[in-house]
Design a protein around this ligand. Structure first.
Ligand code: SF4
Ligand code: SF4
Length: 249
């Protein structure tokens, strides 16, 4: 049920991202680095802060519902059926995130913040550069997916995911209400459909049995909800209660 809504939305964001030049201003990991060394708060600075704030209430839902990279993965999933493993390689994204954020923080510390310019970088985004960036994204994501399986780039190298993981951890630490999965393990008949359907390769059935649905790799895509005939899993908008976090990265 949710997939009929989610997939068209997330695939549309991928198409729009690559068609409309302005999208790049909001999500470029490069323009924000350049802005930090010119003392400018730019559009992607604002976008990343908004993503962090949204994760306080919606966890990693942005990943599976709106992220252009996920949209590409959904298209690739039509061809590549093998899932990438939820292995230690998932830690690579934290290294990328730390180095990238460190460079930005150093930029602002050295140069200060002197102005807000949400159009900063627009004049540099020509159609030719955008085509090169789109081809670059395809060159990066397609081989990763072909070699390691579906959603490999989301799991292993996405520099945005740690923002939302940090936001979700803050939310759960302070017991704030937010969108999350909840389960009724008395309904589970151990069919394993949820684990097989999970694009992030989580052992969802085991999480249901344990009553621990707060895995930091969960992108709230609702595949497990849609596939569970017993209706043992659902979305809820509540505080984290009586549940230890299954992954404490
Ligand atoms: S799909 Fe539902 S019934 Fe089957 S293992 Fe998962 S939670 Fe249990
Ligand atoms: S646990 Fe469910 S909602 Fe989370 S990533 Fe897996 S299938 Fe999606």
């Amino acid at each position: 049920m949710f997939q009929r809504i989610r997939k068209p939305i997330v695939i549309s964001t991928a198409i729009l991202f690559h068609l409309l030049l302005i999208f790049h201003l909001f999500f470029s990991p490069v323009i924000i680095v350049l802005a930090s060394y010119k003392s400018i708060i730019n559009a992607s600075f604002v976008a990343f802060v908004i993503i962090l704030l949204l994760s306080l209430f919606f966890g990693r839902a942005y990943c599976s519902w709106f992220c252009p990279g996920c949209g590409i993965q959904e298209v690739l999933a039509l061809i590549i059926k093998r899932k990438s493993k939820n292995s230690k390689a998932t830690y690579i994204k934290y290294f990328i995130f730390t180095v990238w954020l460190g460079v930005i923080i150093i930029g602002y510390l050295l140069n200060g913040i002197h102005k807000i310019d949400l159009t900063y970088g627009m004049s540099d985004i020509t159609i030719e550069r955008k085509i090169i960036l789109t081809i670059g994204a395809i060159i990066l994501i397609v081989p990763l997916t072909a070699i390691f399986g579906r959603f490999a780039s989301c799991k292993y190298i996405c520099w945005q995911a740690p923002f939302m993981i940090i936001g979700t951890k803050i939310r759960d630490y302070f017991h704030l209400v937010g969108l999350r999965l909840s389960c009724d393990n008395s309904k589970c008949n151990e069919c394993k459909s949820c684990s097989k359907k999970c694009p992030m390769d989580l052992n969802v059935m085991q999480n249901v049995k344990n009553g621990t649905m707060s895995d930091s790799e969960c992108i709230l895509c609702a595949n497990c909800i849609d596939t569970c005939k017993q209706k043992a899993i659902k979305f809820t908008f509540k505080k984290l209660k009586h549940e230890r976090l299954t992954r404490m990265v």
